[in-house]
Design a protein. Structure first.
Length: 390
């Protein structure tokens, strides 16, 4: 926030003190203010994509889309894979590998937002997408349901028959197609018999006080599931807060009447869930080994528009990090006096991508190739090593 900026910049909200001396935060994030000593805030994130779709690729893949800043951009078979797909591919030989998970909905902006697919790595490295509401009494993960007349043993028998078919297909020269189908069938079977996944989604194992701590709303219970999935061994989880198109109520694209939905609808559940997650992970001894990232695809204009709101602004915005070996209670980077552009230590999504892969022990300079054999460096930025204690 810029509490001393002109009124057309600072807006209706005031800044409050946090547990970090000299660090202020929005008054409608009081719980986050109380855990600020566990956070690292990047204040100089920036990129060039001004449209939601292209900016989503920056957020979910850590790079600009090759097509540029295109309205209604969609993924295709040659798109760069998202973080979860890359981790799935690089850890594909791990016998305990679980899929990356996204919940509680797919993100749309008329079309499905790009950056949500495995791209050129293929569907074998796609995410497990949950679309049911974890706060509902009837919540279940339908992808893990077996048909009424089917058991895991019977599915295993069918899979064995499929492998016999694959062997025959190989002899007829259709090796690649058969192998790909076999991998997909095996992945589906592994999901169905995964006790770790089932446990991760089972909120009945949580106490009433813990569920209340995260909030009895879709976002809070989704974030609680994310914590449970971390405990189950899932390496990467996306929790999407508010649908863009197709959902009900307010979303973060506040071109009109910015302050009322932020105050009453958007910030309270975000404040409750993020503070609960960071504190809960810390209390369970999991925060040091879990990197939490809270971010959007871009920021909003420094100056309030004529509708009392703010428009798209990728030129400078903030990202909140916690855990993963970070030096906590720090601010990295600065914006100018209006919060319009980085003034010190500019950071790009590519730098964040390089940092994420580095923390997973992955060489961010390694090359990937798409179906046309075009080479791509895994991350085009550099790790933010000074943010971390180890």
């Amino acid at each position: 926030m810029k509490p001393h900026a002109p009124s057309e910049v600072r807006g209706d909200f005031r800044s409050i003190a946090t547990r970090v001396p000299g660090l202020g935060i929005c008054e409608h994030l009081p719980r986050v203010a109380q855990i600020a000593d566990k956070l690292t805030i990047i204040r100089s994130m920036h990129h060039r994509m001004r449209d939601h779709n292209a900016a989503a690729v920056e957020a979910l893949c850590g790079r600009a889309p090759t097509q540029g800043d295109v309205t209604f951009l969609v993924d295709d078979a040659n798109s760069f894979p998202n973080y979860g797909a890359v981790l799935s591919y690089l850890k594909r030989r791990d016998p305990e590998r679980l899929p990356h998970v996204a919940l509680p909905h797919v993100m749309y902006r008329t079309v499905k937002l790009p950056g949500q697919s495995p791209g050129f790595l293929g569907n074998a490295h796609g995410r497990l997408q949950i679309t049911d509401d974890p706060s509902a009494a009837t919540f279940r993960v339908r992808q893990l349901d077996l048909p009424h007349d089917m058991s895991t043993n019977r599915i295993g028998t069918r899979l064995a028959l499929q492998q016999v078919y694959n062997t025959h297909a190989n002899s007829l020269g259709r090796h690649a197609d058969a192998a790909a189908a076999g991998r997909n069938y095996q992945r589906a079977f592994d999901l169905l018999r995964s006790d770790a996944l089932r446990t991760g989604f089972d909120l009945s194992q949580e106490s009433a006080s813990t569920r209340a701590r995260y909030g009895h709303h879709k976002h809070g219970q989704s974030v609680l599931i994310a914590r449970r999935l971390v405990e189950s061994g899932v390496r990467f989880i996306n929790v999407n807060h508010r649908q863009f198109n197709g959902g009900s109520g307010s979303n973060w694209d506040t071109h009109f009447d910015n302050f009322s939905p932020l105050k009453n609808t958007l910030l309270p559940p975000a404040d409750q869930a993020l503070s609960a997650l960071v504190s809960d992970l810390d209390e369970r001894g999991l925060l040091a080994s879990t990197l939490v990232i809270a971010m959007g695809e871009f920021g909003r204009t420094p100056r309030i528009n004529k509708y009392g709101a703010r428009d798209h602004w990728p030129d400078c915005y903030s990202v909140v990090l916690a855990g993963g070996g970070l030096h906590p209670g720090r601010v990295y980077g600065e914006s100018d006096r209006l919060g319009a552009y980085p003034a010190a230590n500019p950071v790009t999504p590519a730098d964040l991508a390089a940092t994420l892969y580095w923390r997973f022990g992955i060489d961010h300079t390694m090359l990937f190739r798409d179906h046309q054999q075009r080479p791509y460096r895994l991350a085009e930025g550099e790790p933010l090593r000074t943010l971390f204690a180890v």
